[in-house]
Write a protein that binds this ligand. Structure first.
Ligand code: ISE
Length: 341
């Protein structure tokens, strides 16, 4: 610890917040956790215990604290807007778990506030941008070695869904990652979304359309199919196969040893998203903290604009799911403030 450490306040001490508290405390150099807020004070205290941070019930006690230099927001998306607006008003950098906000209108209000402040402060926690395999795929596609990308085949499988998870949340909470990775990998905008579903798995909770097949069309003419299956039962898998003019590249095909024995072969599947993306989260946090200490935002991270674009795609996805129609995605004009660097 040093006096130059970035003093981080955490808002939200649920599953993700607890994970991020350990990440800041143990694995982010030059950063230190100083305060944790959660409406459940006991939960905040448990997460703060052993880190040297204090616990609070009111998020604004942390957001406005003079000893907090930067914020991690890991509370449910529905409450992000006022928290983000307060952080922007104070002028502190924020790493906000996805979604930026749950809908396009509230995301736009956040963009406007950030632009009015005249300083980019928000990074949205789309951690796949920091995953070694995704980074390599982006490099490969950008290098032109495989020619132009034509198709992406994506599979996003979770072992089981949390209680209360709905068919809409499969778009808002899960496919939102593919909306972001599509835009980021291809450097392209999403033009339209369609959703279809086969019969549902008998392993999925009653009433959940699971799996679903989401088709994304990009403005540049790439087609992306996403299988979202949140009760696949066998583990956590996120795959993406890019089909380009002169080759294909597959990521997420489960690393580790492929073992042959007893007339069988096989390997391990990651158990949950923390196993699969733990290193990506670590890299995301380290880069975010380093940039915040320099008074900058990390150019590799997702901006508030990216969070807004994902929210618009999610809204279109949920409309497409309800109507069965191909649904166009329309963004407002991109402000110069969010111009690509
Ligand atoms: C969860 O919120 C995540 O962000 C995970 O990365 C994703 O795989 C899962 O489907 C979401 O529910």
């Amino acid at each position: 610890m040093s006096e130059h450490d970035l003093r981080v306040g955490l808002v939200g001490a649920g599953r993700m917040g607890a994970d991020h508290a350990v990440r800041v405390h143990e694995r982010t150099s030059g950063a230190r956790l100083v305060a944790v807020a959660d409406p459940d004070l006991e939960r905040a205290q448990q997460v703060a215990d052993g880190t040297g941070a204090r616990a609070a019930q009111d998020p604004y006690d942390v957001i406005t604290a003079s000893d907090v230099d930067a914020l991690v927001i890991a509370s449910p998306g529905a409450v992000h807007e006022p928290l983000l607006l307060a952080a922007i008003e104070r002028g502190v950098p924020v790493l906000c778990e996805k979604p930026l906000t749950p809908d396009a209108q509230s995301s736009l209000r956040v963009l406007e506030a950030e632009e009015k402040r005249g300083q980019r402060l928000i990074q949205v926690g789309f951690m796949r941008r920091f995953d070694a395999e995704y980074v390599e795929l982006k490099r490969l596609l950008g290098s032109g070695e495989l020619g132009r990308a034509l198709l992406l085949h994506c599979a996003h499988r979770n072992p089981f869904s949390p209680p209360g998870f709905t068919s809409q949340m499969m778009v808002y909470d899960s496919v939102v990652h593919e909306f972001d990775t599509t835009r980021w990998l291809l450097d392209d905008e999403i033009a339209a979304v369609s959703v279809r579903a086969p019969r549902s798995s008998e392993q999925s909770p009653e009433g959940l359309l699971d799996p679903q097949l989401v088709t994304i069309e990009t403005a540049g003419g790439v087609l992306v199919d996403v299988e979202i299956f949140v009760n696949c039962g066998f583990g956590y898998q996120v795959r993406c196969e890019a089909v380009a003019e002169r080759g294909t590249a597959l990521i997420g095909a489960d690393g580790g040893p492929l073992v042959h024995r007893n007339k069988q072969w096989g390997g391990a599947v990651t158990a949950d998203f923390r196993d699969r993306f733990g290193a990506a989260f670590d890299r995301e946090f380290q880069r975010w903290a380093d940039a915040a200490r320099r008074g900058e935002v990390d150019g590799e991270g997702a901006s508030a604009w990216d969070g807004y674009a994902a929210a618009v795609a999610c809204e279109a996805g949920v409309r497409a799911q309800a109507t069965g129609d191909r649904t166009e995605v329309e963004l407002v004009d991109r402000p110069d403030f969010y111009a690509k660097s």
